[in-house]
Design a protein around this ligand. Structure first.
Ligand SMILES: *[C@@H]1O[C@H](CO)[C@@H](O)[C@H](O)[C@H]1NC(C)=O
Ligand SMILES: *[C@@H]1O[C@H](CO)[C@@H](O)[C@H](O)[C@H]1NC(C)=O
Ligand SMILES: *[C@@H]1O[C@H](CO)[C@@H](O)[C@H](O)[C@H]1NC(C)=O
Ligand SMILES: *[C@@H]1O[C@H](CO)[C@@H](O)[C@H](O)[C@H]1NC(C)=O
Ligand SMILES: *[C@@H]1O[C@H](CO)[C@@H](O)[C@H](O)[C@H]1NC(C)=O
Ligand SMILES: *[C@@H]1O[C@H](CO)[C@@H](O)[C@H](O)[C@H]1NC(C)=O
Ligand SMILES: *[C@@H]1O[C@H](CO)[C@@H](O)[C@H](O)[C@H]1NC(C)=O
Ligand SMILES: *[C@@H]1O[C@H](CO)[C@@H](O)[C@H](O)[C@H]1NC(C)=O
Ligand SMILES: *[C@@H]1O[C@H](CO)[C@@H](O)[C@H](O)[C@H]1NC(C)=O
Ligand SMILES: *[C@@H]1O[C@H](CO)[C@@H](O)[C@H](O)[C@H]1NC(C)=O
Ligand SMILES: *[C@@H]1O[C@H](CO)[C@@H](O)[C@H](O)[C@H]1NC(C)=O
Length: 581
């Protein structure tokens, strides 16, 4: 087994089947309460510092059953329990403790006991709980401990115990909890009854291409359902034999190590797997499509690795999937497969910090349980699907730093559970929805969208022209027609001067003048219509118009009436409208 312990850390929780209850009948022999008293006094003698003076009641003039933290059985007045936890005692554990032959529980946790675990502890055949965690115990786990056949709890966490984890521990058929966390232990034995193996978050180091091959030693642990080796310094590829682990394995934590290479396709055999966490490693290659065969999977965490290629279609088969985290793989590319809509129970999705492209599928709106969706820092394009507004429980939607365009669908206003909407640094346009979820802008982040308006003022400034112009055209047209009609009538029909001049030059003018009157009307209307031109610089200003009206009038007055008025009307306004007169 190619792994070495660097520091004071190994945590192993072993749940062994507690089926058998082998009871080695020990001959109590000559041992009596007197023996217990001697053993305890001997134990006390090895305690060098007792800052709370707890052991002061332990003296030869009274019965040990009256001593602090000592408990006796009612039946035969023998010491069955000793609880000295958290008394800040310093010293070593006396070998005479082995004479407390009726002892069932020994709690020495949270003190400063140093030295080794005495071999004699193996004499405590009735012992079922041994907690010596949080001390400074050194040396190996004594092999004799495996004689304590009634042991159910063995907690030696956080000491400086070294050496290998003895294979013989597997003979402790009653053992339910084996916690060897935070020690200097290395290796593990063949533990066929093992259900839970947890050496997570230690400083276990391995190197080379076989650094994870110790996992192969677990292939005979056919009851294994929990395996955690995460948060260590384990290096190497995941061995092909991962697929030979127990088919009842439900949780597999490999994250936060130095695992490289590909995820072996053999992982498909772990059919009971509900949680797979390989995040924070150096795993490369594509996400194996075989992961789609793990149909019991509820959590898939492959974040912060070096995986490449597309997200396989087969992931859509994971109907029980609740959380998926593929973030920060950088090399993941291509569009989300259509099949992804199959993730009907997904609540948390993190695809952020990759090179994913294409549009966000509308079908995401069918993920009814969705609460958190992170797709930020990719190359997604196209519009935000309006269907996202139908995901009632959506709390976080982060689409920032992509190339998403178009308007923000008003349907998102319906997102009542929304806590964070980050659409920053995209290419969005239009006006930010103003109602519902968008009333509280502290939850909305949209910076870096140059074409997007957050409020109506901006909207009116930027886009006001078009809307108001349309209204303006209508009003101006009506006004122009009205004004022109009036002016035209005044100018061309009832202006006394004009009438006079017409009458002067042509006595029959009243009857021959309709042509002139029409021309006059056309000129005047032309001036009026020029007010409706779209932009200010095309538009004649009011003074200009008045000037032109005056000119038209003057021209008409000056010119001989059979002469077409030569009016300088603006280009484009009138050709067609004039012709249509
Ligand atoms: C346990 O490991 C730590 C860290 O490597 C080291 O400092 C300490 O000396 C070791 N203790 C023993 C008893 O080996
Ligand atoms: C414990 O028992 C052993 C032998 O069974 C004996 O030699 C030793 O003196 C005893 N210790 C005490 C403190 O009585
Ligand atoms: C022994 O301990 C008892 C309490 O358990 C105490 O009352 C008594 O004074 C102590 N005797 C001596 C000699 O310390
Ligand atoms: C325990 O102490 C009480 C008095 O404090 C005494 O009556 C009783 O006999 C003692 N028990 C033993 C087993 O010494
Ligand atoms: C510890 O185990 C060894 C070998 O199994 C044995 O010889 C020895 O007597 C045991 N010691 C105790 C205190 O049980
Ligand atoms: C052992 O003691 C520690 C410290 O008090 C405690 O946290 C832990 O739960 C105990 N172990 C067991 C298995 O009860
Ligand atoms: C698993 O069991 C088989 C058959 O008993 C044995 O040959 C093999 O060595 C065991 N493997 C491990 C890693 O213990
Ligand atoms: C894993 O199981 C396959 C058959 O299912 C077998 O061929 C292979 O040798 C096994 N590998 C290990 C390491 O046990
Ligand atoms: C997955 O593993 C990483 C690294 O060990 C850890 O930070 C993260 O909390 C784990 N996530 C889950 C849900 O287990
Ligand atoms: C929103 O996204 C931008 C760009 O990804 C980021 O810089 C910013 O911190 C995010 N804001 C919040 C509140 O998450
Ligand atoms: C707006 O949202 C923030 C952040 O979620 C929250 O602290 C604040 O109470 C909300 N304000 C209102 C008026 O709902």
């Amino acid at each position: 087994m190619a792994f070495i312990l660097l520091s004071r850390c190994v945590a192993v929780f072993v749940f062994l089947l507690s089926s058998q209850s082998a009871l080695p009948v020990r001959k109590a022999a000559a041992l009596s309460l007197y023996t217990d008293k001697e053993a305890l006094l001997s134990f006390k003698s090895q305690v060098t510092i007792d800052p709370l003076n707890t052991l002061s009641s332990w003296n030869s003039s009274s019965s040990p059953c009256n001593w602090t933290r000592v408990s006796c059985s009612q039946v035969n007045q023998r010491v069955i329990g000793l609880d000295l936890s958290g008394l800040r005692l310093t010293g070593s554990v006396s070998p005479h403790i082995g004479n407390l032959s009726f002892l069932r529980s020994l709690h020495l946790q949270e003190n400063q006991f140093a030295g080794v675990i005495p071999d004699q502890i193996g004499s405590l055949s009735r012992l079922s709980v041994l907690n010596m965690s949080h001390n400074s115990i050194t040396g190996p786990i004594p092999l004799n401990l495996t004689k304590c056949l009634n042991l159910q709890i063995l907690d030696l966490m956080q000491n400086e115990i070294s050496g290998v984890i003895p294979e013989e521990l597997s003979s402790l058929k009653s053992l339910e909890i084996l916690n060897l966390g935070k020690n200097n232990l290395s290796g593990l034995g063949n533990l066929p009854e093992l259900q839970m193996y947890n050496i997570g978050y230690n400083l276990i180091k391995s190197s080379g291409d076989e650094g994870l091959n110790f996992l192969t030693s677990l292939v005979n642990s056919s009851h294994l359902n929990f395996l955690a080796i995460d948060g260590n310094l384990l290096e190497g590829p995941i061995p092909e034999s991962i697929g030979n682990l127990s088919s009842s394995l439900r949780s597999l934590y490999l994250g936060g190590n130095r695992i490289h290479g590909r995820i072996p396709a053999s992982i498909r055999h772990l059919r009971s797997l509900a949680l797979l966490n390989i995040s924070y490693n150096y795993v490369s290659g594509e996400i194996p499509p075989e992961i789609g065969e793990l149909t019991n999977l509820q959590e898939l965490h492959l974040a912060a690795n070096k995986m490449s290629g597309r997200i396989p279609n087969s992931l859509g088969k994971l109907q029980k999937l609740n959380a998926i985290d593929l973030s920060a793989n950088e090399l993941l590319t291509g569009p989300l497969p259509q099949e992804i809509k199959g993730l009907q129970n997904v609540a948390a999705v993190d695809f952020s910090h990759n090179h994913l492209t294409g549009s966000i599928p509308d079908t995401i709106g069918s993920w009814k349980s969705l609460e958190k969706l992170f797709m930020d820092d990719n190359m997604f394009s196209g519009a935000i699907p309006a269907t996202l507004g139908d995901v009632k429980g959506l709390e976080i939607l982060d689409l920032s730093s992509n190339q998403i365009s178009g308007m923000i669908p008003n349907n998102l206003e319906k997102l009542q559970a929304l806590q964070l909407l980050n659409l920053s640094f995209n290419d969005l346009e239009g006006l930010l929805p103003q109602e519902g979820a968008f009333r509280n802008l502290s939850r909305i982040h949209v910076e870096g969208n140059s074409k997007l308006c957050v409020d109506l003022t901006c909207w009116n400034n930027q886009h006001g022209k078009k809307t108001s112009t349309a209204i303006y055209i209508v009003i101006a047209s009506i006004a122009a027609v009205a004004v022109c009609s009036v002016i035209a009538v005044l100018l061309c029909v009832v202006d006394p001067e004009l009438l006079l001049s017409i009458q002067d030059s042509q006595p029959d003018a009243r009857f021959t003048s309709p042509g002139k009157q029409r021309e006059c009307l056309i000129s005047v209307l032309g001036v009026g219509l020029s007010r409706t031109a779209d932009s200010p610089d095309q538009r004649a200003d009011m003074r200009d118009s008045l000037q032109k009206l005056k000119t038209a009038r003057d021209t008409l007055l000056r010119q001989p009436l059979d002469h077409k008025p030569d009016l300088d009307l603006e280009a484009g306004i009138g050709e067609s409208s004039m012709n249509s007169f």
